[in-house]
Design a protein around this ligand. Structure first.
Ligand code: SF4
Ligand code: SF4
Length: 133
């Protein structure tokens, strides 16, 4: 049985939590984050979210997501796109995407070939339906 650790193990380097924007939160993400933080949605909105029209993102502080502090401090309530990263399905159809993502994510095992990476990822996706890192 393929194991996620055969192809990826997060080093907690924080690279994917850096930058001047974050992923956007859909409605399920928003609910999950509110529950994980155990405070009111109004407080979460005020303290942690940047809301632009219908787009909800996490605030950026000092060039990184407000929840980043040597790791994700809202791990259980993080958005699904964060949970999916770096195993984006586009990797499977485009080697260039794989190389681009691998270049920015040291958690992807260097010794695994693209072909083996795709094979193992497909096996995990078939068994689990989705992959959360
Ligand atoms: S997913 Fe990759 S880039 Fe993000 S913290 Fe883990 S190792 Fe670093
Ligand atoms: S929610 Fe967590 S994993 Fe997602 S960008 Fe913020 S710190 Fe990183």
């Amino acid at each position: 049985m393929a194991d996620l650790k055969d192809i990826f193990e997060c080093t907690q380097c924080g690279y994917c939590c850096q930058g001047e924007t974050t992923v956007s939160l859909d409605e399920n993400d928003q609910k999950r984050m509110v529950e994980a933080l155990a405070i009111s949605e109004a407080e979460v909105r005020e303290k942690y979210w940047r809301v632009t029209g219908s787009v909800v993102q996490m605030k950026i502080v000092d060039g990184h997501c407000i929840f980043y502090d040597e790791g994700c401090t809202v791990h259980q309530g993080r958005p699904w796109r964060c949970a999916q990263w770096p195993l984006h399905p586009s990797i499977l159809s485009d080697r260039d995407n794989f190389e681009t993502i691998r270049a920015s994510c040291p958690g992807i095992k260097r010794e695994v070939s693209y072909e083996d990476f795709c094979r193992i990822l497909k096996e995990i996706m078939a068994a689990q339906g989705t992959v959360h890192c």
